[in-house]
Design a protein around this ligand. Structure first.
Ligand SMILES: CC(C)(COP(=O)(O)OP(=O)(O)OC[C@H]1O[C@@H](n2cnc3c(N)ncnc32)[C@H](O)[C@@H]1OP(=O)(O)O)[C@@H](O)C(=O)NCCC(=O)NCCS
Length: 150
């Protein structure tokens, strides 16, 4: 349903055009910020979420926590024009499958996935719970942490 492609000189412009709805901007940054974070901060890796027809419909990034080696998902945004079609869930699913397929992709073996989400972000919580993430009891910057063992 979706393909994840690393952000490159070929697709970064399309990724910057991915926008959340106005009332969702409290939960995520602009995708251009995520691209810069991935390019310059040395931790995150940005990916384009491409629909079957090749159109870039979203962004997601991931990083390994140097403290506990968990694989974090961040910056998940599906363009407002394309939300509600199962693409958000498909993007998370595709990332989990990528780690399954290449558990040493980061150099740190994949054992656990993690993410944080605002507790009132119902759409995101639905997506994450539906693929097996559960609340860990941790709170980070006012967001609840969810984890999923491999
Ligand atoms: C969260 C987000 C990525 C989900 O993407 P999506 O493609 O719209 O989600 P899906 O179509 O895969 O839907 C997954 C589930 O969420 C539900 N859902 C979608 N939009 C919803 C909404 N506004 N309110 C409540 N549930 C919603 C769907 O009904 C579906 O659940 P179901 O299968 O049990 O019916 C998207 O809403 C988004 O980009 N939001 C803004 C950015 C954001 O909040 N990112 C997460 C940061 S942690």
């Amino acid at each position: 349903m979706v393909v994840l492609s690393p952000a490159t000189s070929d697709n970064w412009r399309e990724i910057t055009r991915v926008r959340s709805a106005d009332d969702q901007q409290q939960w995520v940054a602009q995708t251009s910020y995520y691209l810069c974070l991935s390019a310059y901060d040395g931790l995150w890796r940005s990916y384009a979420v491409q629909a079957d027809d090749g159109e870039v419909v979203g962004h997601v990034m991931w990083a390994v926590d140097p403290d506990d080696a968990s694989h974090w998902i961040g910056g998940l945004v599906i363009d407002v024009q394309h939300q509600g079609k199962g693409l958000g869930r498909a993007a998370v699913d595709a990332l989990l499958r990528l780690w399954e397929r290449e558990p040493d992709l980061s150099g740190t073996p994949y054992r656990e996935a993690a993410l944080s989400v605002a507790p009132e972000n119902e759409a995101a919580l639905r997506v994450y719970r539906s693929v097996g993430f559960v609340e860990s009891g941790e709170v980070e910057d006012d967001e609840i942490v969810l984890r999923r063992a491999r």
